[in-house]
Design a protein around this ligand. Sequence first.
Ligand code: ADE
Ligand code: ZN
Length: 337
Amino acid sequence: MSVESFVRDVPKAELHLHIEGTLEPELMFELSGRNEVSLPYPDVDAVRRAYVFDNLQSFLDIYYAGCAVLVTEQDFYDLTSAYLRLAAGQGVRHAEIFFDPQTHTERGVSFETVVTGIHRALEDGRASVGISSRLIMCFLRHLSAEAAMETLEQAGPFVSWISAVGLDSSESGNPPSKFEAVYRQAREMGLLAVAHAGEEGPPSYIWEALDLLGVRRIDHGVRCLEDDRLVARLASEQVPLTVCPLSNVKLRVFPSLREHNLPLLLDRGLLVTINSDDPPYFGGYVEENFRGVVETFGLGVGDVAQLARNSFVASFLDDSAKARHLATIDAALAAEG
Ligand code: ADE
Ligand code: ZN
């Protein structure tokens, strides 16, 4: 089997995926018509042409504007179902999905509408396309800690549908320490914790995420290499980094894929996973991210199998589910000879 087919077919877990960031321009226009919400673009091609970014903030401005078409529970259901169908065709067998309730509650869409639509699609997706899932509720870090705490309170009645809390949006100037109390409360509610850190922000934000927020994984984390002591900690504790190569290039964290630090992260013994972040905005889903690094760095099937293994090891699945997926990956690799 070619490495390309192996990339597509090998079981993978996607651990860094913003469900609002999977909104394809075609669905954006369909929902804009359905909900009579106007868009600042004449057509789908114009939307795609607008996806050129200078940095994280220039992307976020366009991403939040696109979210305005998401209004009803059915919209969130359709958005999530579309992602699951596509991901299933790329070998994704488990997905741990971020959602940003504040992006919607700030516009008058209720927390219940958002979470019910996404949850229903995840439940149906388990049966229809065979993807297991977890839901991670993110706080928008450019908003206040009080607003995050209110969001956590709104989550109370739905907490059994939510596995973890996360932290996203504008990183620079919004350190994890701002959310220490919110995360403490979330952990007391039985939720696990992750956070975006070290995408644009400094290594100190990764330390804070670990020590003040009690995170199980770091989302992105690519700037960790600027701090040797931090790398030693991440490696010895095998704290997963959910790396998103195409996102990092589109948001100019690295000038090109060739200059991405993925090989260095792997050389340092870090538990790296490959993910897609906001696929239509950044030019690809998980398969395209794998293909990008395979082609750029000349990876073989053994490397791809290792990255696929890492994705399950780093997931919130229980040990028996992890073992099942790992055995499938090992069998696929063995079949390669
Ligand atoms: N929200 C959606 N994608 C994001 C990213 N890559 N970083 C921070 N916030 C985000
Ligand atoms: Zn992200």
